[in-house]
Design a protein around this ligand. Structure first.
Ligand code: PHE
Length: 341
């Protein structure tokens, strides 16, 4: 009997030492400690032994069970330990190596310019007013004094949605009506930045989408001189304290009188260069006194209130500032262009 146990012990421990993984450990446990193992059978068979041998054999069998269980646990722990050491070795981390630089994004040049413009207007007391990209024909045209079939609509051909009468705004001017209707009869000073869309042939000078920054001031006693002074102040903050401006008569259905503002070319300071095409002046924005009909559509009594409005294109300003020759670069998604700014 004792010999059987010694053989069992040696065989079991030898088998255990040869095991190198989890699956092996499980199989070993089933074979040597499981219900059908030699040891389990020996324990079950104790009853058949002569009474005198039973206590000793019982003790020996139980002692062997405990010994095998402990050996199993110790071997399992050793395997875990060496596995951990091996994986640490394999994936060794050298904390003294320089880190991998994370690629940092940046703001799009149009966004940078847009924010710069808005920040200047904010300093001058204009509040940012967000307006929608998808507009109704009424807001984009009629309420701005552009009736159906008016020839000025040719300037603003656009993309229509599948809902009749709704379209992608062609300019930020419809935001004027939204702002006025929200604040009337309070005086307002707002700038409305955002994307505009036009159905156009794409050329170096025109795109089907671009940003605008609209501005609107409404109150009592606002005059054309306020428009000129405010816009000239903006130009000096944007392009430099010495910048001169000039206003040329123009036409927009929603302003009367209307003008275009030029700034003295900041590259040649007026002497003529390629950027200003030898003119010495750069056209920057459209503006004018808010048309009485538009004031009325916004909820103001034109007999008491006046106001001025303007609209400028950040992409165009960025093109002038950085000498960008083609507006299609802005939305062309070419990193070689975008990473320059
Ligand atoms: N909305 C005009 C355009 O898109 C610009 C403008 C705005 C002109 C406000 C006058 C006043 O061309």
């Amino acid at each position: 009997m004792e010999q059987d146990f010694s053989i069992m012990e040696q065989a079991a421990l030898a088998a255990l030492r040869a095991i190198g993984d989890e699956a092996g450990l499980r199989a070993w446990q089933a074979a040597w400690l499981g219900k059908r193992s030699a040891l389990a059978l020996a324990l079950a068979g104790l009853g058949q032994l002569p009474a005198a041998e039973r206590p000793l054999a019982g003790q020996r069998a139980n002692a062997l069970r405990v010994q095998l269980e402990q050996a199993h646990a110790a071997h399992a722990a050793a395997l875990r330990e060496s596995g951990l050491a091996a994986s640490l070795q394999a994936g060794a981390l050298d904390v003294t190596l320089p880190g991998r630089p994370a690629a940092r994004g940046r703001l799009h040049i149009a966004t940078q310019t847009l924010r710069q413009i808005c920040a200047i207007w904010a300093q001058m007391g204009f509040q940012i007013y967000r307006s929608r990209d998808v507009e109704t024909e009424a807001y984009n045209f009629e309420l701005l004094n552009i009736p159906p079939h008016h020839p000025a609509r040719d300037m603003w051909d656009t993309f229509h949605t599948t809902t009749s009468g709704s379209l992608l705004r062609t300019h930020t001017s419809p935001g004027q009506i939204h702002a006025m209707r929200e604040y009337a009869p309070e005086p307002i000073r707002v700038v409305l930045p955002g994307m505009c869309y036009r159905y156009e042939q794409i050329t170096p000078r025109s795109e089907i989408q671009f940003n605008q920054v609209e501005g609107l001031a409404v109150g009592k006693g606002i005059r054309f001189t306020d428009l000129k002074g405010t816009l000239t102040d903006f130009a000096r903050r944007m392009f430099g304290a010495q910048t001169r401006t000039r206003f040329r008569a123009s036409y927009f259905p929603f302003t009367e009188p209307s003008a275009e503002m030029d700034v003295e070319c900041f590259l040649c300071t007026g002497s003529g260069c390629v950027v200003c095409k030898q003119a010495g002046w750069l056209e920057i924005l459209g503006c004018g006194m808010v048309h009485p009909k538009v004031l009325q559509n916004g909820g103001y009594d034109p007999a008491q209130y006046t106001g001025f409005a303007f609209g400028m294109g950040p992409e165009r300003i960025a093109m002038l500032k950085y000498g960008i020759k083609d507006i299609r670069y802005f939305w062309g998604n070419d990193l070689r262009f975008l990473q320059q700014f």
